[in-house]
Write a protein that binds this ligand. Structure first.
Ligand SMILES: Nc1nc2c(c(=O)[nH]1)N[C@H]1C(S)=C(S)[C@@H](COP(=O)(O)OP(=O)(O)OC[C@H]3O[C@@H](n4cnc5c(N)ncnc54)[C@H](O)[C@@H]3O)O[C@H]1N2
Ligand code: MOO
Length: 408
C-alpha cells in the first residue's frame, strides 16, 4: 500500500488473476468461426506436413551423383506436378520436369531450379554447379504427434492457417465469456441520440465494447445508468436473468457525491476486493466479486477506462481462458525521446509515439499532454512508457520501458 492507501499494480494484478479462475465450459466451432477464440485443448498434428518429400522450386528432379561435370545433360522421362506426382523411377542421366510443391520421387535427391538449366528436344542441360537440394522432407513444417498449438492459445489468422494445414475443420475452444458493460453518468448520451446542452457522448460504451470483443468476449451492453441508486440497481437486475462472467462499470467510482457505483454494488451483495490502485491513469479502479461475477469499476475518464481495461480486465479474461502467465504484461526497452521528471507514487503509463532514430533504434516520445480525457492523443499513441513509482528523472536518450498498444 502507498501513503494514500493505493494498492500496487503488481498486487492488484495478482489479486485479479487469483480471482479469475479458469473456466471449463467449451464448445466446438467451425474453423472459420475461431478467430479471437481461445483453444481449449492442445492441438496435436494427425499427419506430417508436408505429407511427402516435395519440391521447393520449379525445375528438374535428378540424381545428384549424375552431375559429374558442368554442363551436364539429362534425358527427360516424365513430370511431377503439384497434386499429381511421377510414379516411375529416375535412372542414370535421367530427369523429370517438376513444379513447386510436387512430390519428389524417392529415386531423386535434387531439384535443379529451371533458371540454372536449358531444355530442348526432350533433354535438359544443367548449366550451373549446384549446392542446394531444393527438397523439403516430409514433416519439415510439422510431424505427426507434434503439439501444434497449446491450450489457451488465442487464435489469430496464423493459428487458424496452421490448424487448416493440419486438416482440422473445427476446434474445441473455450465458451466465450459473457461480459456486461455499464456506462454510468447523467452527462452521457449515446451517439445517435439527442445530446442535451450539458451532455457528452458515451465513448467508453464503444471503446470498451470493442476492446472486449478484440479479446474474444461476448459483450452484453447494459447501456447507460443515471447517477442514482434506482437507475444503477435497475441495470443490475440484468445480472439476475443471465450468466455474466464479468461486469464492467465505467465512471462513478471516484470520491464525488455522485460516485455511487461502489456503494450500490456493495449494498447489492458485492464483496470489494480492492479500490484505488497506484496507477496513472486509473487511480480509482475498483475490483470486486458479486457471486461468481467479477466486477471491475473502471474510472470514467476515457483514457483511464481504456488503459485500466487493457492492464487489468484483459489479464482477467486471459486467465479465465487458461492463458499461461495471464497477469504478465509484455514490456520492452527502447530509447526515450524527451526528458521526463521524477515520477510520483503511482506507476505512470505515458502515451507515446514510436519512431526510429538515425541509427535505426526504436525511440518512444511521450505526448506533451497526458490528460486522461484525451482520446485524440490515445488514438495516435503507439505505446505506453511505463514509469515505476518514485522513478528518478530520466534524460532523453536513456532507456525506458514500453508496452506496445498493439500487443495488448
Ligand atoms: N477529489 C478527487 N477527484 C477526483 C479524483 C480524486 O482522487 N479525488 N480522481 C480523479 C481521477 S484520477 C479520475 S480517473 C476520475 C474518475 O472518476 P469517476 O470514475 O468517478 O468518473 P466520473 O466522475 O463519472 O467521470 C470522469 C470523467 O469521465 C467522463 N466520462 C464518464 N463516463 C464516460 C463515458 N462513458 N464516455 C465518455 N466519458 C465519460 C465524465 O464525463 C467525466 O468527465 O475522477 C477524478 N476526480
Ligand atoms: O487516474 Mo485518473 O485516471 O488520473 O484521470
Amino acid at each position: 500500500m502507498s501513503s494514500q492507501g493505493l494498492l500496487s499494480v503488481e498486487k492488484a494484478l495478482e489479486q485479479i488473476v487469483s480471482c479469475a479462475v479458469p473456466r471449463l465450459e467449451t464448445c466446438i466451432l467451425p474453423l472459420a468461426q475461431c478467430l479471437g477464440r481461445y483453444l481449449a485443448t492442445d492441438l496435436i498434428a494427425q499427419h506430417s506436413q508436408p505429407p511427402f518429400r516435395s519440391s521447393a522450386m520449379d525445375g528438374y528432379a535428378v540424381r545428384s551423383a549424375d552431375i559429374s561435370s558442368i554442363p551436364s545433360q539429362f534425358k527427360l522421362i516424365g513430370e511431377s506436378a503439384a497434386g499429381k506426382g511421377f510414379k516411375g523411377t529416375i535412372g542414370s542421366q535421367e530427369a523429370i520436369r517438376i513444379y513447386t510443391g510436387a512430390p519428389v520421387p524417392d529415386s531423386a535427391d535434387m531439384v535443379i531450379m529451371q533458371e540454372d538449366t536449358e531444355s530442348a528436344d526432350g533433354f535438359v542441360t544443367i548449366l550451373q554447379p549446384q549446392t542446394k537440394t531444393n527438397i523439403r522432407d516430409a514433416g519439415t513444417d510439422f510431424k505427426t504427434g507434434q503439439v501444434l498449438l497449446s491450450k489457451g492459445q488465442k487464435l489469430d489468422g496464423r493459428h487458424i492457417g496452421l490448424a487448416a494445414a493440419a486438416g482440422f475443420f473445427e476446434l474445441t475452444v473455450f465458451q466465450p465469456l459473457n461480459i456486461a458493460i455499464l456506462a454510468t453518468g447523467d452527462e452521457l448520451a449515446l451517439p445517435g441520440s439527442h445530446r442535451q446542452e450539458d451532455q457528452i457522448f458515451s465513448s467508453n460504451s464503444y471503446a470498451i465494447k470493442a476492446l472486449i470483443e478484440q479479446h474474444g468476449g461476448n459483450v452484453i451492453d447494459l447501456g447507460i445508468a443515471k447517477d442514482n441508486k434506482a437507475s444503477l440497481e435497475a441495470a443490475l437486475t440484468h445480472l439476475k436473468t443471465q450468466k455474466v462472467d464479468i461486469l464492467i462499470t465505467m465512471g462513478g467510482v471516484s470520491v464525488g457525491d455522485y460516485d455511487l457505483v461502489q456503494p450500490v454494488l456493495i449494498e447489492n451483495g458485492m464483496s470489494s476486493e480492492f479500490w484505488r490502485v497506484a496507477v496513472r491513469p486509473g487511480k480509482p479502479l475498483m475490483f470486486g466479486k458479486l457471486g461468481d461475477t467479477l466486477v471491475f469499476g473502471l474510472p470514467g475518464n476515457p483514457v483511464s477506462a481504456y488503459i485500466t481495461c487493457l492492464l487489468f480486465v484483459v489479464p482477467a479474461i486471459k486467465s479465465m481462458n487458461h492463458v499461461a502467465n495471464a497477469g504478465h504484461i509484455q514490456t520492452e526497452l527502447c530509447i526515450l525521446g524527451a526528458d521526463l521528471p521524477a515520477n510520483g507514487e503511482r506507476q505512470d503509463n505515458l502515451r507515446a509515439k514510436l519512431s526510429f532514430n538515425k541509427n535505426g533504434k526504436l525511440v518512444a516520445t511521450p505526448f506533451a499532454s497526458q490528460d486522461s480525457s484525451l482520446l485524440s492523443i490515445l488514438s495516435q499513441a503507439d505505446a505506453l512508457i511505463v514509469r515505476e513509482p518514485f522513478e528518478a528523472p530520466l534524460k532523453a536518450g536513456s532507456f525506458c520501458k514500453i508496452i506496445r498498444l498493439s500487443e495488448l
